[in-house]
Design a binder for this molecule. Structure first.
Ligand code: AGP
Length: 608
């Protein structure tokens, strides 16, 4: 996820762009850049680092311009570097982009054959050259239209042409883009905060719409050029609220972003119609995957819960033994790991000290290492032999939510792809597993839509001081995750358990106050969990059940019932996790906790 912004009007566009990028920094902060019209054409200044570093290279001579575009980057293709930073240029065409071009490799090859020279590793540069190719014969907006006909993927663009001073063209598809209307000045940005200090009159573009901005005003059309009448919305957010796109906390925003984060993580990585996974995205050679006799997965915290889920998926689908370790244990236990092993290190930040140490230890002992990571250019992603990026965008809230569910999506793709490679998953089954992925973002939307039900449950339980979370099979790690979310956000003591363990101790905790959260989707362990619910009920315990839509049998036995749509037994773990994220969030808010920055915690634990 990146932040883009454009301005054309009478004020100094350079300072407006810099200020706007500062307000978009939450969307990405590994590099930034600006392009502005000057007397001889268009100048670009860009750098790695944060917006303050860009300020530094602008402050030296404080250029003035009335039209400019800017970008703050969250790298998805190509490490954070000056050459990969946006804006990108192809002759007189300059572009900033938020999104992912799925078919950029094919387009890049074609453009190179046509003689174009590339200076970056990004997918965006492909777009720049494509538009330049058409700009020779068409006005900018038509050149953009023609270029986008060849492109598959997600984009929010701001494009300028040195030969068309004062004009900015914006387009959106699967990435947000809004237009700000001022008095003789116009703004284009990924999000409202970028220009909220100058205008509260906003046009929210929809997918497949283009805006052409000049000093005379804005014209919105479809990508085919048909005019579109857009409503102008007056937003009342404070700038602080606006950075959270109107959500009260980053954590809630990031929970709600999960459909988009999952869709972005999936984009270009699987082909349901053939039952194929694009295993190149994992970067491990096929012979190394075939050779791997054992897979180790290591991580910390929530990422360790994803690792446990990975075990269930990989062993069930690819029939390769998987050993899961908490990284701080793995690094000191002298593990039996070697050249016939693959170590997968899962880390949102890519900077967790224990996970880095575990990855280094595995590499030292001869194993191939794969990092599943959310931050391009992070230490883990650079030191591993290969990396699979979750494209969930920056996760600001300390509690990991969208990073967790996109880690599971990555592990699911890996398990299906490895199963195809090993011949343990046939094409028909793989097509079924991958087709289920197509529906996943929509199913996640449905779960989130029931947030009000979960908030009502939170209002009845937020004063309780102990919780038990129970699940079986792949939902046991989800029980652990639900307990961790609650304890780290609301400071309530909570424990996650395999529900088959109830009788071995935890059931002693059950009384008429203690809420027991059961994850009980349909499946081969359903009846077992149902009987565990009865064990708690018969001792007067309170039951919160998360189950499939319309499951009257479970809801009739529960004090509180949360329904989620049905999907396959692997992906149901994601749908089960989301109500637990929301339950922890609402209870934390009701208890007056700082849900984005809970006490004693840090977003990335870079020390032992
Ligand atoms: C999860 O909500 C916590 N923030 C924490 O457990 C986190 O998952 C853990 O510190 C690992 O972080 P990483 O994924 O960045 O390595």
């Amino acid at each position: 996820m990146c932040g883009i912004i454009g301005y054309t009007g009478k004020k100094n566009a350079v300072s407006i762009i810099l200020e706007g990028l500062k307000r978009l920094e939450y969307r990405g902060y590994d590099s930034a850049g600006i392009a502005f019209f000057n007397e001889s054409g268009v100048e670009i200044r860009k750098c790695t680092g944060k917006i303050k570093d860009l300020y530094a290279i602008i402050d030296s001579d404080k250029p003035f311009s009335t039209t400019a575009i800017g970008h703050t980057r969250w790298a998805t293709h190509g490490k954070p570097s000056e050459e990969n930073a946006h804006p990108h240029r192809s002759d007189g065409i300059i572009i900033v982009h938020n999104g992912i071009i799925e078919n950029y490799l094919q387009l890049k090859k074609k453009l190179i054959d046509e003689g174009y020279k590339f200076t970056s590793e990004t997918d965006t540069e492909v777009l720049c050259h494509l538009i330049e190719k058409y700009a020779a014969d068409y006005p900018l907006e038509d050149a953009v239209r023609k270029a986008l006909k060849e492109v598959r993927g997600a984009y929010a663009l701001a494009v300028i042409n040195e030969k068309e001073r004062g004009k900015i063209v914006g387009v959106r598809k699967d990435s947000p883009l809004v237009v700000g209307l001022g008095d003789g000045e116009f703004f284009l940005a990924s999000d409202v905060p970028a220009f909220l200090n100058y205008s509260r009159d906003v046009i929210f573009l929809d997918d497949g719409e283009m805006v052409v901005m000049t000093g005379d005003g804005v014209v919105v059309t479809t990508l085919d050029g048909a005019p579109v009448q857009k409503e102008v919305v007056s937003v009342s957010w404070s700038p602080a609220m606006a950075e959270k796109s109107g959500y009260k906390h980053f954590m809630l925003k990031e929970i709600y972003e999960q459909p988009r984060a999952i869709a972005d993580t999936l984009r270009g990585r699987f082909y349901p119609e053939s039952g194929q996974v694009n295993m190149d995205e994992f970067g491990i050679k096929e012979e190394d995957l075939r050779k791997a006799q054992k897979i180790f997965i290591t991580a910390c915290g929530t990422s360790w819960h994803a690792a446990l889920i990975g075990k269930y998926m990989i062993e069930e689908l690819a029939r390769v033994p998987v050993e899961v370790d908490i990284a701080s244990e793995f690094r000191y236990r002298n593990p039996v790991i070697g050249q016939d092993s693959l170590l997968v290190a899962i880390t949102q930040s890519g900077e967790t000290a224990d996970t880095l140490a575990a990855q280094r230890e595995a590499k030292r002992l001869g194993a191939k290492t794969l990092s599943i990571c959310n931050v391009v250019g992070s230490t883990a992603s650079r030191e591993a032999d290969a990396v699979f990026y979750t494209h969930s965008g920056p996760e600001i809230g300390v509690a990991s939510t969208k990073a967790f569910t996109t880690q599971i999506v990555g592990l699911y793709l890996f398990a299906v792809g490895l199963g195809r490679l090993k011949g343990t998953v046939n094409a028909d089954s793989a097509m079924g597993f991958l087709k289920d992925l197509l529906f996943l973002p929509g199913l996640v939307e449905k779960v989130i839509a029931a947030d009000n039900v979960i908030e009502r449950i939170a209002k009845e339980l937020f004063k309780v001081n102990d919780f038990l979370y129970m699940g079986r099979g792949i939902n046991y790690p989800i029980a652990l995750e639900g307990a961790l979310k609650l304890k780290e956000i609301s400071y309530i003591h909570a424990e996650g358990y395999p529900s088959g363990e109830m009788k071995h101790g935890p059931i002693a905790l059950v009384d008429e106050v203690l809420p027991s959260v059961f994850l009980v989707p349909k499946g081969r362990l359903y009846d077992k969990v149902l009987s565990n619910i009865e064990e708690v009920k018969s001792r007067g315990g309170r039951i919160i059940a998360v189950t499939d839509e319309g499951n009257k049998e479970v809801c009739s036995r529960s004090d509180y019932c949360i329904s989620v749509p049905e999907t396959n037994s692997f992906l149901s773990a994601i749908l089960m996790a989301i109500p637990l994220q929301l339950l922890a969030y609402h209870i934390g808010v009701l208890r007056g906790c700082d849900v984005d920055q809970p006490r004693n915690l840090a977003k990335s634990v870079t020390v032992e």
